[in-house]
Design a protein around this ligand. Structure first.
Ligand code: AMP
Ligand code: TRP
Length: 350
């Protein structure tokens, strides 16, 4: 077990899709054995867009089932729902007071989401402040996420730096000593990490999975996903018409694997010899795209059939799922409340 602590979050969008499975969650399953890990279903983030209460409750339950089925193991990590740990919103308020408005307005996801809304809620703007609170409440230094979250993490680091510079006397002293040493030509002063460490992203090799259209990232809101728990025949109905190399018009045209989304999915799911074989068959027009997709479906099924089976068992046993989340919230709160006591003390709050 390493010294680093891991935190990651996922929105309760219902079912996991292959994008967030390959970009993040599959990594969680490996990392939970190597680091102390906290994984959170972030329902407070989900309510920044229009939603129905009953639907949110169902999606949160389904997300817990998907994560547990995918291999998130409550005996190796802490899995919980964000709104069960009130310290997340408490610290988010505090961080709002050290975050410049301009930094929030510059976030790409804010610009994209607000462009799609008629009236823009303050919650969408402050979304990354809550995300910083999620991570820093546990003083996590590593955050396994997909590429789309890298900018949010830069902001989390900025918030940690600003808070430390304002309220952590040890950090301030270290910064001053460093700048004095640099001026004196001796820059060899030890780093002081600060009360809140600056968290770094941990990306997977499949940091950005494209949707079935092959053009935009796989995302629930774009309707171009394959669900982790979808049945094989439903996956096939989506794979068959999915975009491949656009230059491959006729069956006899040779293709370029690197530009084909199906090839990238092979890299994520097929064993290396199959991936090599696929590349040769594609670039020599030995296989048509349908042949290639059939082999992909076999590889996907090999990995996902056991996950689907576990999900069926968990759905039939909601009591266990709810107990797991409740136990996770208790464990998370122990760490979160200790951080809040220290934070408030340093800030002169009661
Ligand atoms: P979300 O479903 O937006 O809460 O995302 C959960 C996690 O999955 C985050 O770490 C995202 O970065 C990651 N993720 C979402 N979509 C994709 C994608 N198409 N490719 C890679 N990672 C993704
Ligand atoms: N914003 C993240 C997403 O949409 C979800 C999230 C919320 C998160 N809090 C987090 C991810 C903390 C990592 C760490 O994917």
């Amino acid at each position: 077990m390493s010294q680093s602590r891991i935190f990651s979050g996922i929105q309760p969008s219902g079912e996991l899709h292959l994008g967030n499975y390959l970009g993040a969650v599959k990594n969680w399953v490996t990392l939970q054995r190597q680091h102390e890990s906290f994984f959170c279903i972030v329902d407070y983030h989900a309510i920044t867009l229009p939603y129905e209460p009953e639907d949110l409750r169902r999606r949160t339950r389904e997300m817990a089932v998907s994560l547990l089925a995918a291999g998130v193991d409550p005996s190796a990590c802490t899995l919980f729902v964000q709104s069960a740990v009130p310290e997340h919103t408490e610290l988010a308020w505090i961080f709002n007071t050290v975050t410049p408005l301009g930094e929030l307005e510059r976030q790409t996801q804010f610009k994209e989401k607000s462009a799609r809304q008629e009236s823009i809620l303050a919650g969408i703007l402050n979304y990354p402040v809550l995300q910083a609170a999620d991570i820093l409440l546990y003083k996590a230094d590593l955050v396994p996420v997909g590429e789309d979250q890298v900018q949010h993490l830069e902001l989390s680091r900025e918030i940690a730096r600003r808070w430390n510079a304002r309220f952590d006397p040890g950090y301030r002293a270290a910064v001053e000593a460093r700048s004095a040493a640099t001026q004196g030509g001796d820059a060899d002063t030890a780093e002081h990490t600060g009360f809140f460490p600056e968290p770094k992203p941990l990306l997977t090799p499949t940091r950005r999975i494209m949707g079935l259209d092959g053009r935009t990232k796989m995302s629930k809101s774009l309707g171009n996903t394959i669900g982790l728990l979808e049945e094989s025949k439903d996956i096939w109905d989506k794979l068959r018409p999915a975009m491949t190399d656009p230059a491959r018009v006729r069956r006899t045209d040779p293709g370029t694997p690197e530009v084909c989304n199906i090839y990238h999915l092979h890299k994520a799911f097929s064993p290396p010899p199959t991936v090599e074989h696929v590349a040769v068959q594609c670039s020599t027009a030995g296989w048509g795209c349908i042949d290639c997709k059939k082999v992909l479906l076999e590889s996907i099924d090999r990995e996902l059939v056991p996950i689907r089976a576990r999900a069926r068992e968990l759905r039939a046993d909601q009591t266990t799922v709810q107990r797991t989340l409740a136990d996770g919230a208790v464990r998370a709160r122990e760490v979160a409340s200790a951080t809040m006591v220290e934070t408030k003390n340093l800030m002169g709050l009661s």
